[in-house]
Design a protein around this ligand. Structure first.
Ligand SMILES: C[S@@+](CC[C@H](N)C(=O)[O-])C[C@H]1O[C@@H](n2cnc3c(N)ncnc32)[C@H](O)[C@@H]1O
Length: 314
């Protein structure tokens, strides 16, 4: 486990550290999740290797290769489902559900990350934070309350070594705002919020003046100012609330006070980008679409992800 005082001090203001320490302790307490002891046992058995990391053709490669990686393969299987990657941990390739490198490639050319201090909301296992550091960011503070993804982050970090990409196993809303991040990433989070405006306004409170928001969310087709509020599931996902057209998304951002609101990319998600693999053997996008893949199985427009860049005003 991490020495949280050491990890937080120097990265966050002393009052923030005091506020977060008990929250993190509660989030990682024994009994917090039925599988936490199993994941912790697997983490303790990870073999010693020379730590290092790099991004190679979109793959996060961490740790020197082992002579016989079979045992590691078994240990890393304890953390299934692996969703964000691709990864290669000490020579074991992990073909994750998502080709997250494709998402990254679509947006990286639009932003200069050099020396930025970044907050990554809903960071999963921290894959994108490594991409941000490789892209020149100075520091990434990430948050995600799903304990499995935190366990995966600890496994990745075991092989990468200490890194300036710190994943906090807590909700974004638990981090006190100090208006001190140069950039906030919120990718794949907005459509899970019942109140998207509250999320956009809360992000503004974490940004420094003239800081940038990179927002990625599901949108629906159409030029009108509309939205879809799925009455039940959307593409098999629970907790999907409001899917705007791009026009409405732009309006939300402006209403929340952002300026220089700029669509960067709009890409339909394909079954090549999100799919079942040996490391995520459960249902994926194929099972969430009709046979012709023209609609979700609930009869909604299929997933399209839109990325927007916006600024906090000067
Ligand atoms: C669809 S995934 C997106 C992951 C990644 N950002 C990406 O774009 O691939 C949404 C993530 O948000 C996390 N999440 C849910 N509620 C959250 C909250 N209140 N604060 C921070 N993260 C949250 C989930 O655990 C999940 O990992």
């Amino acid at each position: 486990m991490l020495d949280w005082t050491r990890e937080l001090e120097g990265r966050l203001a002393p009052e923030t550290v005091d506020h977060l320490l008990p929250l993190i302790e509660a989030a990682t307490a024994p009994g917090r999740h039925g599988d936490w002891p199993r994941w912790q046992a697997a983490l303790e058995q990870l073999p010693d290797v020379n730590s290092s990391w790099s991004i190679e053709n979109g793959v996060l490669v961490a740790g020197d290769c082992l002579a016989s990686p079979n045992d590691l393969n078994t240990l890393l299987s304890e953390f299934i489902p692996w969703r964000k990657g691709p990864l290669n941990l000490a020579g074991v390739p992990i073909d994750t559900e998502w080709r997250s490198d494709w998402k990254w490639n679509r947006l990286v050319s639009s932003m200069d990350l050099t020396d930025l201090r970044i907050l990554d909301i809903g960071a999963g296992n921290g894959y994108f934070g490594y991409q941000m550091l490789a892209g020149g960011a100075q520091q990434v503070i990430a948050c995600d309350p799903t304990l499995l993804f935190f366990a995966q982050y600890l496994a990745i970090r075991h092989f990468s070594g200490p890194v300036n990409n710190l994943l906090l196993p807590i909700r974004f809303e638990q981090i006190p705002p100090r208006a001190d991040f140069d950039c906030v990433f919120s990718m794949g989070v907005l459509y899970h919020r019942r109140d998207p405006m509250a999320h956009l306004r809360a992000i503004m409170d974490h940004l420094r003046v003239d800081g940038r928001l990179l927002l990625e969310t599901l949108t629906i087709p159409g030029d009108d100012d509309g939205e879809l509020d799925p009455p039940d599931r959307y593409a098999n996902m629970r907790n999907v609330h409001r899917l705007p057209t791009v026009t409405r998304l732009v309006r939300w951002l402006k209403a929340a006070g952002y300026v220089q609101v700029q669509p960067l990319d709009q890409t339909p998600t394909t079954v090549d980008e999100q799919r079942s693999t040996r490391w995520m053997p459960f249902h994926s996008l194929t099972e969430a679409l009709t046979e012709e893949q023209a609609l979700t199985i609930e009869g909604h427009p299929p997933p399209v992800r839109t990325t927007m860049l916006a600024r906090k005003p000067k």
